[in-house]
Design a binder for this molecule. Structure first.
Ligand code: SAM
Length: 357
């Protein structure tokens, strides 16, 4: 009944990029150019896409970008998303192309689980710059949790990486506001890039313990606008573990196979570290993700060399059932795995900021 790809992976995790604009120009992501390449859609269009996908088995929606908090109306969008229910749909959940409720698709689902059985897990990935004022309104609207990207715990280094001079204090304030608002678990993601911030590993270990957040290191992937990636620029999981062990011993926490991060606690139980290692330890076999870009294209893999125009289906007047059929046909083409570092690697057709990480 629910969405599976041809390798048997259940698709339960939707990422929606609500803009490809960003107020930061991180060296491992952007070239420093201004503006967006692809533009964005009205929230009502993303909401309809999400509604259809939630009806097909998606249980988790993450808003991303670009920088999602640049979009006015994001709080109201979260409030609307929070009305969706993963394991069953209210009668009004299927809308026709004109927005009118229709019931035909529901008859197929009437044998399914009951309505309102679980809330949708709504998460946000943000650079945190605008988070301090928005954390509480987002929480009140139904946001479950937030991941803040932060690549140095030193203001000067932070400015060098983001190419924004006054960002560090804003982001720290955003992280603290998110914690106060109860957006939990609170994760801080750090992309490590050799030559820029590999010396931040131990300071981030201290930061995790002091701020009570989970710090997750991410291996740098070849998804940057500047095409500067090479295997040498990647700070690997093994290297991160070895460096952190110089500070304090880590103990691995058992994790679900579907989790992308390997998780560790310090030996005294204070502070959690995660490592997301798509390059040195790929986890494609457990991938449960589908992405919608800010201009309404489906991407089945970060490294896809094509995308699939879901918004075009809406523009031509597709019903929800027709959209679901389109989505099923696209998911059937989901790539088995990425080919980073292999001779046959072909760069993705979009870079991270225009996909939504
Ligand atoms: N602006 C938001 C933010 O900063 O979190 C959301 C979009 S950003 C593209 C999403 C995540 O992708 C961030 O954690 C960022 O660090 C990560 N990212 C961007 N480029 C990357 C790359 N080449 N390799 C690994 N992670 C990358």
């Amino acid at each position: 009944m629910f969405l599976h790809d041809k390798f048997g992976r259940a698709i339960t995790d939707l990422r929606i990029s609500i803009t490809d604009r960003c107020n930061y120009k991180c060296v491992y992501c952007r070239t420093g150019n201004e503006g967006a390449l692809y533009g964005d859609l009205p929230f009502a269009d993303y909401l309809r896409m999400a509604r259809v996908l939630v009806g097909m088995g998606v249980t988790k929606v993450r808003l991303t970008g670009g920088e999602p908090l640049l979009r006015n109306g994001v709080v109201d969008f979260v409030r609307e998303l929070a009305k969706l229910h993963p394991q069953g749909l209210k009668p009004s959940s299927f809308l026709g192309p004109d927005g009118a409720a229709v019931s035909r698709a529901l008859s197929k689902r009437s044998a399914g689980p009951s309505f309102d059985s679980a809330p949708l897990d709504i998460a946000l990935t943000s650079n945190g710059h605008l988070l301090s004022d928005l954390a509480q309104p987002l929480k009140d609207a139904g946001l479950t949790r937030v991941t803040v990207s932060m690549d140095a715990v030193d203001p000067d280094r932070f400015a060098r990486i983001t190419r924004v001079s006054n960002g560090y204090d804003h982001v720290l304030a955003g992280i603290r506001a998110a914690r106060r608002a109860g957006l939990w678990p609170l994760k801080v993601n750090c992309v490590l890039m050799r030559g820029f911030n590999e010396d931040q590993i131990i300071p981030f270990g201290m930061f995790a313990r002091e701020e009570g957040v989970t710090v997750r290191f991410i291996e740098f992937m070849p998804l940057e606008e500047g095409r500067t990636w090479s295997p040498d620029t990647v700070v690997t999981l093994d290297e991160i573990l070895a460096r952190m062990a110089e500070y304090r011993p880590l103990v691995e926490i058992p994790h679900a196979r579907s989790e992308t991060a390997r998780r560790y606690r310090f030996d005294d139980g204070v502070g959690e570290i995660g490592i997301i290692a798509p390059v040195s330890h790929p986890f494609c076999g457990h991938c449960s993700r589908i992405r919608i870009t800010s201009d309404g294209k489906i991407r089945t893999c970060l490294f896809s060399v094509w995308d699939h125009d879901l918004h075009a289906q809406m523009r031509r007047g597709a019903s929800d059932e027709e959209m679901a059929d389109f989505i099923r046909s696209v998911v059937a083409k989901k790539e088995e795995r990425h080919h980073i570092g292999e001779p046959d690697f072909v760069p993705a057709s979009r870079t991270m900021v225009h996909i939504g990480g």
